[in-house]
Design a protein around this ligand. Structure first.
Ligand SMILES: [Zn+2]
Length: 153
């Protein structure tokens, strides 16, 4: 249910594990064992998890990000992670990225990152720009991680 929030938190650089159809008890055990906070839309689960769980009140992504910023003080300076695998993306030389990308993309960007797990290549395209806009509009960030991090070269 929080899959979209998960992907965006990873893009913002947060180490986020995601499970579907797992028993509440197991979820809480993993959270405690790995020092994570269980984010959930299940209020009863959040209550039973005490300090290891957090009930996400907001329903839309921008509101959820704002809520988490207020609750946990999200930072926007972490290196981005793969939204699918949760691995920290590695910067790769443009020549290498260009081998596998459409010409338009290859010529329009200079910074590329690759996921060491799924090998997907990322660049500061429309997805990142959407995130930057969201950060600016909803989170009051005047400089975003996109500028600092992905456009830094
Ligand atoms: Zn990946």
């Amino acid at each position: 249910m929080l899959g979209k929030l998960t992907r965006w938190l990873r893009i913002l650089g947060y180490d986020v594990a995601y499970f579907r159809n797992m028993e509440d008890r197991k979820l809480l055990a993993i959270a405690r064992l790995e020092g994570r906070i269980l984010l959930t839309k299940d209020r009863a689960l959040a209550v039973s998890g005490k300090e290891s769980a957090y009930y996400v009140k907001a329903d839309t992504l921008p509101e959820q990000l704002l809520e988490l910023k207020q609750a946990f003080g999200l930072s926007f300076s972490l290196p981005p992670r793969c939204p699918f695998c949760n691995e920290t993306l590695k910067e790769i030389p443009p020549e290498e990225a260009r081998k596998s990308l459409p010409l338009f993309v290859a010529l329009s960007f200079t910074t590329f990152r690759r996921c060491p797990s799924c090998q997907r290549t990322f660049w500061p395209g429309t997805h990142w720009q959407r995130i930057r806009r969201l950060c600016q509009e909803f989170l009051g960030e005047s400089t975003s991680f996109v500028q600092e991090d992905l456009n830094s070269r």
